[in-house]
Design a binder for this molecule. Structure first.
Ligand SMILES: NC(=O)c1ccc[n+]([C@@H]2O[C@H](COP(=O)([O-])OP(=O)(O)OC[C@H]3O[C@@H](n4cnc5c(N)ncnc54)[C@H](O)[C@@H]3O)[C@@H](O)[C@H]2O)c1
Length: 315
């Protein structure tokens, strides 16, 4: 059935892919975005755009009008900006989310599916990280994402707003920002490999991450909308596979058809050594398909870069 969906942050990396998928499925899409990190040319053809701040109550009232559900992806998705601009990132990442929940409540209980993050786990060493392990955020960004989960519970339990939170791990794919702390390394490595330049790895390269392709994240977002409830569930969105930075460089080099020249730099202070999620609960409860294999997903990124779409980076 065709319905109208609100996507906050719909001009960003993940949001724009979600809009593409909804529209391809015959759905209608309204985007709310301030274009701070998102790009107008990411706006999916056929989506309408409300330009402004996601914490603006009047804009939110207009945005919620007649929608079947809200996908909340707008955020300052940067741990580093959370350090530099603590109060402003808190305003956008948590206070504005409460404004979204309040607008959903005022609109009669519009279901809200929202982006949380693996950052809520901090450096918890109980790998793979299941949703039940202790949350120990180490950054303002992670603390605000955990706050989103707590306030979503309030929205559900106190105000009857169905919600569902998704803890994204390292999302990658076309349109990702090379400056992203999550998967920017993929754009940076691919860019340098395609230019036949050496790639730099911090430390020994044996640090690992759980990379998940954006198409698998979109599938999770869409399934989550059908599972949003006043129980306010929260699920990981991850592949369940640990990939070291050295393995990533090797797989990406294959995708580029280039032999890599690797330079090692001193390790970065404070970096989480290993991050690995447990996808079993989300795969079972949201009935998700198997995540796209990394080599396939990386070929997609390389094709996008070869098409000349990315912002090229230096250094
Ligand atoms: N990319 C990842 O690997 C990853 C991992 C964990 C969580 N997340 C979360 O997923 C969501 C989407 O991330 P992304 O990677 O697509 O980031 P992104 O920066 O590409 O997208 C965020 C979008 O929100 C918009 N936005 C920012 N502040 C706004 C404001 N005040 N008002 C209105 N719009 C605003 C930006 O313009 C942008 O279009 C975020 O909530 C992020 O914290 C992302």
């Amino acid at each position: 059935m065709t319905a109208l969906w609100l996507v906050t942050g719909g001009c960003g990396f993940i949001g724009s892919h979600l809009c593409d998928a909804l529209l391809a499925d015959g759905q209608r899409v309204r985007v709310l975005d301030d274009l701070s990190t998102g790009r107008r040319d990411n706006l999916a053809s056929g989506a309408s755009l409300l330009t402004g701040d996601v914490g603006d109550p009047e804009l939110l009232e207009e945005a919620m009008e007649g929608v079947a559900g809200c996908f909340h992806l707008a955020a300052i998705a940067s741990v580093e900006r959370g350090v530099r601009e603590w109060r402003e990132t808190h305003r956008v990442n948590l206070s504005s989310f409460i404004a979204v929940l309040d607008a959903a409540r005022a609109a009669g209980g519009v279901p809200v599916v929202y982006a949380s993050s693996a950052a809520v786990y901090g450096s918890n060493a109980n790998l793979p990280l299941a949703e039940s392990v202790a949350t120990q955020p180490l950054s303002a960004y992670g603390a605000d994402k955990l706050g989103c989960e707590l306030h979503a519970r309030v929205a559900s339990v106190v105000h009857g707003v169905p919600t569902l939170g998704l803890r994204f791990f390292n999302v990658y794919g076309a349109r990702q920002d090379p400056a992203s702390p999550y998967s920017g390394v993929i754009s940076i490595f691919a860019d340098r490999l395609l230019r036949r330049e050496p790639i730099s790895i911090f430390g020994d390269g044996l640090q690992s991450r759980d990379f998940i392709h954006v198409s698998s994240v979109v599938a999770a977002l869409r399934a989550a909308m059908g599972a949003a409830s006043i129980a306010a569930p929260v699920f990981n969105v991850c592949s369940g596979h640990a990939t070291t930075v050295l393995d990533l460089a090797a797989t990406l080099s294959d995708a580029c058809g280039v032999k890599p020249e690797i330079r090692h730099l001193p390790p970065r202070a404070g970096e989480v050594r290993h991050s690995l999620g447990d996808p079993r609960a989300s795969q079972k409860e949201l009935r998700l398909p198997s995540p796209l294999p990394l080599p396939t997903g990386l070929r997609d990124v390389v094709e996008w870069m070869r098409a000349g779409r990315p912002l090229l980076v230096s250094g």
